[in-house]
Design a protein around this ligand. Structure first.
Ligand code: HEM
Ligand SMILES: N[C@@H](CC(=O)c1ccccc1NC=O)C(=O)O
Length: 313
């Protein structure tokens, strides 16, 4: 069993004592909170008379999940950085799945079912936005202790994040290209790049319901027509309308996403200041521009042109 094998977070002091007895001399350089997973497995198996799994473990592959924490250094703060990064990826996937389900519901004219999925997506994004608080407990010096080991790895290459952006309608050839050479990933990223977004499908529904009537040029809606369509929704429809609820739930999602970006920017500024990013950008300046982006822009812009006075509903 090589010591650089999968490392496992475990709290049982008996386990450490046993490990020390057997491999104490090979322990050097490793955090005392981590042990090779194979060792833990065999130890648990011996203790349980050969039974190594429960239905709980099987149901969510907990053992596999907990064997995937492999920080590259022994610096204690790296485990938090690593785990939060993994947790964010899982949550991006959850948001992506819900957005995909909403897109499908819109294709078949089920606005309320779409809003139901979007509501869950927005709530998961709120949770994602709060995870920055955990990273804010890592001081700049703690982060610098292991930052070099990250090499050129950066969240900018999160393909789950990128697919989510594409599914929401922020398509970018240049961002897709970053994954073009990655087998097993490129296909999914490019499929999402070329698919209609959840916003495209929402606009399709507005069109079929008679709220978006003119302004299509070469298969693209004119932004004026889109702004007017949302103004019509807000003026003529209240909370009892499925289109009103769709508009406001899309807004909840866009709002939560923008909050995630702004809090990321703030966290990065407090942690690395004006240093360049590991992904090759200028860092905070680049993130500031990215934080200005809004999903479903005409929904935001409709706010500026909604007339004063009581609505019609
Ligand atoms: C101390 C922690 C972090 C710092 C200092 C940091 C810093 C940065 C910087 C400087 C960038 C710009 C790209 C670059 O040049 O690297 C970036 C982009 C990005 N980061 Fe982070 N980051 C941190 C944690 C995270 C975590 C945990 C995630 C979650 C997966 C994440 C997700 C992203 C994403 C998705 C982008 C691309 C944003 C976009 O395309 O608009 N970051 N980060
Ligand atoms: N771009 C960051 C590093 C970063 O975000 C990162 C690096 C390696 C693995 C994951 C990362 N971010 C998300 O989890 C930096 O410039 O320090």
């Amino acid at each position: 069993m090589a010591l650089h094998d999968i490392l496992f977070l475990h709290a049982d002091p008996e386990l450490f004592a046993e490990y020390d007895r057997r491999f104490g001399d090979r322990y050097e350089g490793h955090s005392r909170t981590h042990l090779p997973s194979r060792f833990v497995e065999l130890y648990e198996a011996a203790k349980n008379g050969g039974r190594t799994r429960t239905e709980y473990i099987d149901y969510q592959s907990i053992d596999v999940l907990l064997s995937l924490q492999r920080p590259h250094t022994a610096h204690p703060a790296e485990m938090s950085f690593y785990l939060v990064g993994q947790a964010k990826e899982l949550l991006f996937k959850l948001v992506y799945e819900e957005v995909s389900a909403a897109r499908l519901a819109l294709v078949v004219d089920e606005a309320d079912n779409a809003s139901w999925n979007l509501r869950r997506a927005a709530t998961a994004l709120d949770l994602l936005a709060r995870t920055w608080d955990v990273l804010a407990t890592i001081s700049p010096a703690e982060f610098n202790a292991f930052r070099e080991q990250l090499g050129s790895a950066s969240g900018i290459d999160s393909y789950m994040y990128r697919m989510l952006e594409f599914a929401l309608g922020r398509k970018s050839d240049s961002m897709a290209r970053r994954h073009a050479e990655v087998p097993g990933v490129a296909e999914s990223v490019y499929r999402e790049l070329h698919r209609s977004s959840v916003y495209d499908e929402a606009l399709g529904l507005l069109h079929r319901r008679g709220l978006l009537t003119d302004g299509a040029e070469a298969g693209e809606w004119h932004p004026d027509a889109l702004r007017q369509a949302w103004v019509r929704v807000y003026e003529a429809h209240g909370p009892s309308s499925d289109l009103f609820r769709l508009g406001e739930t899309l807004m909840d999602l866009a709002h939560a996403f923008s909050r995630w970006r702004s809090l990321h920017l703030l966290l990065v500024e407090r942690t690395i200041g004006n240093k360049h990013g590991t992904g090759g950008t200028t860092g905070v300046d680049w993130l500031r521009r990215s934080a200005d982006h809004r999903f479903f822009p005409e929904l935001w812009e409709a706010r500026s042109i909604l007339p004063m006075g009581a609505p019609l509903w």
